[in-house]
Design a protein. Structure first.
Length: 231
């Protein structure tokens, strides 16, 4: 709000009205500028070269590469990469893929999304609100994949001691899917480790499938089939 000193001279009454009009125009301009800076909550968020450099849709990936098939995502093996599947205890359902690499951990989850609408802008706000309520701090920055969140997340150690850990939240909207990643460890601090984790995230292929799914539903994940095993 713009506050102005009131003039007592009657001869200046017309100027007061003009000033008020100018102030209203300034307020409109400021509102429009703020709206232009804020992303449309329905638009997709992805790097301009996503279709070439990933994360890729199954239809965009090279079919002859030796991917590890985990259902909703495929992972390209590389030296030093360890894979973990995170299972929901109550349902025994696989809910995330954990990738340990370069002194860091990358947790990935693929979600169904509308064909013409993205989920990352809305999801970032939900993550920000959740971490803030827990007493953590969040900063939004422009990263490799577009806007990302860098946070300090409160944790409680096994011995009961409290502390915090750094985490990066990254996301990419693809065709009918949304891929979310959470980076912890060295890759959450920036530098060379962060670049290696970004490259790992780019190498992931999302397998949306043709089944009808509500937006935000987790695309089913599965155990990889070892050579000689049946699915």
């Amino acid at each position: 709000m713009i506050l102005r000193r009131k003039k007592s001279d009657p001869a200046l009454e017309h100027d007061d009205q003009t000033d008020a009009a100018v102030a209203d125009d300034d307020a409109v301009d400021e509102t429009e500028a703020e709206a232009a800076e804020e992303p449309d909550q329905t638009e997709k968020s992805a790097p301009a070269d996503r279709e070439q450099n990933g994360p890729l849709d199954e239809a965009e990936a090279n079919p002859v590469q030796p991917f590890i098939d985990l259902g909703g995502v495929k992972v390209l093996p590389r030296e030093g990469l360890n894979l973990r599947l995170e299972v929901e205890e109550s349902s025994k359902r696989i809910v995330a893929v954990g990738l340990d690499y370069a002194g860091s951990t990358l947790q990935v989850q693929p979600f169904a999304a509308p064909r013409s609408r993205g989920l990352w802008h809305e999801t970032r706000e939900q993550i920000r609100e959740q971490i803030t309520k827990q007493g953590g701090t969040v900063e939004e920055v422009e990263g490799t994949f577009g806007p990302e969140l860098r946070a300090s997340v409160p944790i409680v150690a096994k011995d009961g001691a409290s502390g915090s850990r750094a985490a990066r939240f990254i996301g990419v909207d693809g065709p009918r899917w949304f891929l979310r990643g959470v980076v912890a460890g060295a890759g959450a601090e920036g530098g060379d480790a962060a670049e290696k984790l970004d490259d790992l995230f780019r190498s992931i292929v999302v397998v949306r499938g043709g089944q009808a799914m509500p937006p935000r539903d987790l695309i089913p994940l599965k155990m990889p089939v070892q050579p000689g095993q049946q699915a």
